[in-house]
Design a protein around this ligand. Structure first.
Ligand SMILES: [Fe+2]
Length: 378
């Protein structure tokens, strides 16, 4: 099978790389840019630093800071309105995966008249969007290097998975210094998301020779450095390693695929509003146990690269990692009772299958098996 490998044209990586934003925009011939971000980063003063940098370069910055965690179609519509009013020539996303995903879709909403629901799925976007520079502040979703975005359709209560090379950032600026102040809980959630990207990219039916080395490096770095990054927030080596792992994981899964963990995670997020990384983390051990028989050698490779003996030790290792990171069980995370949870399971399983991700899993589950897996994660 032929594989396609799409990544940003440039990835600037390292301490201080963020200071190159103005120069990169000038290279693109941009004199007016929309900065897409969230209120937390604006309040923290991060955005003011970028504004000052762009002003020095003679570039006008217009700020849109109304992206919420798990961004919705309404966030995209508001951002599009701001973009149109500003006449910006490019978009700069500064934030976590939610901000970068929203910016990607704002960019193509500006150049395509269809409703966002028409973009759901694989390669459904007719026209390329505005040039996008992505600057992650969390390590992370890897969204700076992916052609995927997840946007909640508020009318249908579905997290739409949108995958298309037309939303790929033109440039990614990965500066781990932006992640030094990440809270411990966020570090844990997005760190397990990173690990899930590496694992799923490696066991996916669409894994290939371009994505395998990136996936393995992502897994190795995360297993070595995530706990340190959480316990010692100012540890520069650990933060740099996690930023690298996140970006590599993004490149890997974007060109391979995520699988059952992500497929089952999105409905939990859509209905119970769990952060993306947390909903992956609570599923990862059980889904791994279920999937090992479909790709025993691949899972054995993963175990070895994590310093664990075999696939059984891998499942235990993932459970232990969750415990050490303070990840709760699903029942404690969703803040709902068992019967409410049960009442949603059928739709959650159907939505998981409809997303297409579970079909790339080493073992393709039935809807009933997905319901059972949700129960075992409870
Ligand atoms: Fe993810």
């Amino acid at each position: 099978m032929e594989a396609v490998f799409d990544v940003p044209s440039s990835i600037l990586f390292g301490a201080g790389a963020r200071l190159r934003l103005g120069a990169e925009l000038r290279k693109l011939g941009v004199s007016r840019a929309l900065l897409v971000t969230d209120q937390r980063l604006r309040d923290a003063g991060t955005i003011a630093g970028f504004e000052a940098q762009l002003k020095e370069e003679g570039i006008e910055a217009i700020i849109f800071s109304d992206v919420q965690p798990d961004p919705t179609d309404q966030n995209v519509a508001a951002g599009l309105e701001c973009l149109r009013a500003s006449n910006a020539e490019a978009i700069v996303a500064i934030g976590g995966g939610s901000v970068i995903d929203a910016a990607k879709i704002i960019g193509v909403a500006a150049t395509n008249p269809q409703p966002l629901s028409a973009f759901q799925g694989y390669h459904k976007i007719p026209n390329r969007g505005l040039p996008l520079i992505a600057i992650p502040t969390t390590a992370g979703t890897g969204s700076e290097a992916t052609k995927a975005a997840v946007i909640t359709d508020t009318a249908r209560l579905v997290k739409m998975m949108i995958l298309d090379a037309k939303i790929l950032p033109r440039i990614a600026i990965v500066d781990y210094e932006l992640s030094l102040t990440m809270p411990a809980e966020l570090t844990a959630h997005v760190g397990v998301d990173t690990l899930a990207h590496g694992i799923e990219a490696y066991v996916s039916k669409k894994a290939n020779g371009m994505t395998d080395p990136l996936a393995i490096s992502c897994i190795q770095l995360t297993s070595r450095y995530l706990l340190t990054a959480q316990k010692e927030p100012g540890n520069r080596g650990a933060r740099e390693a996690m930023a690298l792992a996140a970006c590599q994981g993004g490149m890997a899964f974007s060109n391979s695929s995520v699988c059952l963990v992500h497929g089952m995670s999105r409905p939990i997020g859509a209905i119970f509003h769990l952060p993306h990384g947390l909903s992956n983390a609570v599923l990862l051990p059980a889904v791994t146990r279920f999937s090992i028989p479909g790709a025993p050698e691949r899972y054995a490779d993963i175990a070895r690269h994590m310093g664990l003996g075999d696939s059984e030790a891998l499942v235990e290792g993932l459970e232990r990692l969750n415990a050490e990171l303070g990840i709760p069980k699903l029942r404690d995370a969703v803040r709902t009772d068992r019967s409410t949870f049960e009442s949603h399971l059928k739709k959650m399983a159907d939505d998981a299958l409809a997303s297409g991700s579970p079909q790339n899993n080493p073992v393709v589950p039935t809807a009933d098996e997905i319901v059972d897996l949700y129960r075992s994660a409870w």
